[in-house]
Design a protein around this ligand. Structure first.
Ligand code: SF4
Ligand code: SF4
Length: 100
């Protein structure tokens, strides 16, 4: 199991309150608001942490760059991918890579 898989397992073993706090902590560290692809719509809807929550629901579709590689969450969670708001979360991108 790599870092990301261990982190996912650890987060699911937590109770709802602790998991919410953990997600809040990661949302605070998320560097998406500094990214050129992050737009007003995403800001207004408080969209963050796409690496875990998956694609932007309605807001981000134009790729103007990605700052995920400069984000502290990337090494912390052992993320291999990026562009999560457009391509899907880490788990989804890993799955897609495996089946293709
Ligand atoms: S890796 Fe990207 S999507 Fe995940 S918290 Fe950091 S900036 Fe946000
Ligand atoms: S996931 Fe990457 S491309 Fe999308 S807003 Fe966050 S830093 Fe920018």
């Amino acid at each position: 199991m790599d870092i990301f898989e261990q982190w996912l397992n650890m987060s699911w073993e937590k109770n709802a309150k602790d998991r919410k706090n953990l997600m809040q902590e990661k949302r605070s560290a998320c560097r998406c608001p500094a990214c050129p692809s992050y737009n007003r719509c995403a800001r207004e809807h408080n969209e963050l942490l796409f690496c875990i929550t998956g694609k932007s629901m309605l807001c981000i579709s134009e790729d103007a760059g990605c700052t995920c590689r400069d984000c502290p969450v990337t090494p912390e969670l052992g993320l291999r991918h990026h562009d999560f708001c457009m391509k899907g979360g880490e788990a989804a991108q890993r799955y897609e890579q495996e089946v293709h």
